[in-house]
Ligand binder design. Structure first.
Ligand code: ADP
Length: 466
């Protein structure tokens, strides 16, 4: 592993977490082992002491019953059968002079003289004598016999210490692989668990270098990190949509303003070159004002569409009575319809209400009615209907106009699209784009059914408020 990635590895949360957990694990294991070891060793010690005491009692009653002879007999039996854990036995007279002594040959290296010291005659406590050239000791219990003699029995601690050493070895043999598995496994699991974070870092890095389409791969686990990734990707999606929409708007503006701006400039230049009297200048100025109003309208509509599409449009939602909104819009378009002798048939239930921004809803209806009047020949009919289903409020604007061909239908919602037949009529090609964007911003949808020569039917669907 190169030095830099090794440094990075050591700095990683996964590795540090694994180290911390391993440290805590080792400490707790050591504590647990020490406790277990302490209890085990004290109970072994107690067992040894109990066995020595028992033997001492047994031997002293034997001595009292049958004297030296029965003691010697017992010792012979002892020698013969209890090779595994032999006892040390000593009998001393009143002056602590050894009368009788037996001990296994392995223990020959302990200092018997220490037992013959006068002060040890009265010793009723445990005596502990080191066995030379070994790490073991001899544990000896003493008892005073009724005749004043001293009987001592003992055992080496070798057996106990061997068992404890075995216990220690087993612990080490278990704990070392456990620690290795803990550190390696912990690091691996830590790395796996933090993979989504590393993916997040990679994605942020690539977004910051300009790759807006980068996304963090989802873990599909439904945990907190997966949720975070979902929200982060959603945020990126939104930012990308905003940027694309802004770019699209700029392109459209640049493209669509070129013609009116050229016209504006042409008008002013012509007036300057050929204009001889104030009347001509005035005419040119009126033309310039008209063009600038046209440019302003394009800019405003494009901005509105952009805001609605990106979710930046501020909507003052309320439960509005649709017949009131429709009444206002019809006041404006009624005259134009009358001029063309077009009849408008209205069927809106009084209680029909929509959860919408009143002025935006009015704008949507105005655009659709404007189109209906524009693209319906004289003496035609327009139907404005509203109905409610269990989940949607549906508004329909139907006309008996020129209709739209199947090839054109998918394009009519695009920005700046104008149908072939609509070219001679006034318009920007932005009305339906705004309708769709505003309705979508209300979480609604639009569709259209049309047949060339027979008419079109535009439907707006608003979700019913719960
Ligand atoms: P425009 O300013 O051209 O009306 P719109 O975005 O409102 O722009 O409409 C896009 C195109 O959809 C129109 O140019 C026209 O071809 C078609 N269209 C829209 N409404 C109707 C309608 N009611 N009847 C027939 N064609 C329509």
């Amino acid at each position: 592993m190169p030095l830099r990635s090794l440094k990075g590895f050591r700095k990683s949360i996964g590795f540090r977490l694994a180290l911390w957990y391993s440290g805590i694990f080792i400490l707790s294991s050591l504590l647990l082992f020490s406790l277990a070891f302490f209890h085990f060793s004290s109970s072994l010690k107690q067992q040894d002491k109990d066995a020595i005491q028992l033997k001492l009692k047994e031997l002293s009653s034997l001595f009292q019953e049958g004297g030296m002879a029965s003691l010697e007999k017992e010792v012979t039996v002892e020698k013969k059968f209890e090779k595994q854990s032999p006892f040390f036995i000593r009998l001393a007279d009143k002056r602590n002079k050894t009368l009788f002594l037996i001990f296994p040959y392995q223990w020959a290296d302990f200092d018997i003289k220490q037992l013959e010291r006068p002060d040890s005659i009265t010793a009723s406590e445990w005596i502990r004598l080191p066995i030379r050239y070994t790490k073991h000791n001899m544990e000896i219990a003493s008892a005073k016999l009724p005749n004043g003699y001293l009987l001592q029995t003992g055992r080496s601690t070798e057996r106990r210490e061997r068992t404890l050493m075995h216990f220690r070895k087993i612990f080490v043999a278990i704990i070392i692989p456990l620690i290795i598995v803990g550190v390696v496994g912990g690091t691996f699991l830590g790395f796996r668990a933090l993979k989504p974070i590393r993916n997040l870092i990679d994605t942020i890095r690539s977004v910051s270098t300009g790759r807006m389409d980068s996304r963090v791969p989802s873990t599909h686990t439904g945990d907190e990190l997966d949720l975070l990734i979902g929200f982060f990707n959603g945020m990126l999606e939104k930012i990308e949509t905003l940027i694309v929409a802004m770019k699209g708007s700029l392109d459209n503006i640049a493209h669509d303003l070129r013609t009116p701006m050229t016209r504006l400039r042409g008008m002013a230049e012509r007036a300057l070159q050929s204009g001889q009297n104030p009347g001509e200048y005035k005419e040119a100025l009126v033309g310039c004002i008209e063009e600038s109003v046209h440019i302003q309208t394009i800019l405003k509509t494009l901005m509105d569409i952009s805001e609605a599409e990106t979710g930046a449009m501020k909507l003052n939602l309320e439960e509005v009575s649709f017949s009131v909104i429709a009444g206002r819009v019809l006041d404006m378009y009624g005259f134009v319809a009358e001029e063309k002798a077009i009849q408008i048939h209205i069927s809106i239930p009084d209680e029909f209400r929509v959860n919408a921004d009143p002025s935006r809803l009015g704008q949507v209806l105005a655009n659709l009615l404007d189109n209906a009047v524009k693209y319906t020949p004289k003496k035609g009919h327009i139907y404005l209907e509203a109905k409610q289903t269990s989940s949607e409020n549906i508004i329909t604007i139907k006309d008996t106009g020129i209709g739209i061909s199947q090839q054109e239908l998918p394009k009519i919602w695009d920005r700046l699209y104008r149908g072939d037949q609509s070219r001679p009529k006034r318009g920007l090609g932005l009305g339906l784009s705004l309708v769709k964007a505003v309705v979508n911003a209300h979480k609604g949808r639009v569709d259209v059914f049309s047949e060339p020569g027979k008419g079109s039917s535009f439907n707006i669907y608003f979700p019913t408020s719960k």
